[in-house]
Write a protein of this length. Structure first.
Length: 299
């Protein structure tokens, strides 16, 4: 049974977009995934997002995605929300993934803006509505125009929020003005999907984070959030500034690459990457070590 949700925080407040561990030969590492999931929840995460971009969803099969959801739910589903990525640029495929995630025990769905196709807003409206209609699970939209090529406009957000199962948005748009209007007008629970903007987005109405750096600094993210919620603005800003080297270092290149390297440095399950992603070079690894150390991460 999943933790209790509220309309304001349907998936909790601090979630990590979890990598997908692989074995040395590149196969899905379900034992490693369960150990990593337990570690992240023990560190203070309210939820985990699996089968997202950070989980290398473009290179995992549908069967692997379902196996991963089932394994993570088994490991932590009574203590944390397990949100499964189900979005693709093919609506029919997305519906199949959504139903499979529900069958595997997921507590919610993450639906990314259809990428590459660059559909108009009406296409986005129909796509997300179809996903929300496909299961009984609550849906978190994922607005990331830097990857998808198309933003979800505020008017579209407002219309989508009318659907009873579309309850949240993961914001990686990088536009605080648009976020402010969309939060005010849609009433969706807003989650920062850009770690550098975690604190600024809280200031305009976000309720929490879907984080990549949560793999290594979940306690600090929790402390930042708690400081903001209790009105200690100076403390929240202090933690934000302390974490700047981590925010920067974890995104010097593609986030999955640096995250798996960071986990490996800490002796946590990660494993190799699947092409076209490649490992950090020795020089890049040394830079990552310096960045993490500057942000207080123990290796």
């Amino acid at each position: 049974m999943a933790p209790t949700s509220t309309p304001q925080t349907p998936f909790g407040r601090v979630l990590t977009a979890m990598v997908t561990p692989f074995t040395a030969d590149g196969a899905l590492d379900l034992d490693g995934a369960q150990r990593l999931a337990a570690h992240l929840v023990d560190a203070g995460n309210d939820g985990l997002v699996v089968n997202g971009t950070t989980g290398e969803s473009p290179t995992t099969s549908d069967a692997e995605k379902a196996q991963l959801v089932r394994a993570v739910v088994e490991a932590v589903g009574d203590r944390a929300f397990v949100v499964a990525g189900a979005g693709t640029n093919d609506t029919r495929h997305s519906l199949e993934l959504a139903r499979a995630a529900q069958d595997a025990g997921a507590h919610g769905l993450l639906a990314v803006t259809p990428y590459y196709s660059k559909p108009p807003q009406e296409g986005l409206l129909r796509h997300f509505t179809a996903i929300a209609d496909a299961t009984d699970l609550p849906v978190m939209l994922y607005d990331i125009p830097g990857r998808s090529g198309v933003p979800i406009n505020t008017e579209t957000m407002v219309r989508l929020a009318e659907h009873p199962r579309i309850v949240a948005n993961k914001d990686a748009k990088g536009d605080l003005g648009r976020a402010s209007w969309a939060i005010a007008r849609s009433g969706l629970a807003w989650y920062s999907g850009d770690d550098m903007l975690n604190l600024p987005l809280l200031s305009v109405g976000a309720v929490g984070f879907v984080s990549v750096v949560g793999h290594v600094v979940t306690p600090e993210l929790r402390a930042l959030l708690d400081a903001h919620l209790t009105g200690d603005v100076a403390k929240a800003a202090e933690i934000h500034q302390k974490l700047l080297p981590v925010f920067t270092g974890m995104f010097r290149t593609q986030g999955v690459i640096t995250t798996k390297a960071a986990l490996d440095l800490q002796g946590l399950p990660s494993g190799p990457l699947r092409l076209p992603l490649v490992d950090l070079s020795p020089e890049e690894t040394e830079q990552l070590k310096r960045d993490l150390a500057a942000g207080g991460v123990q290796l």
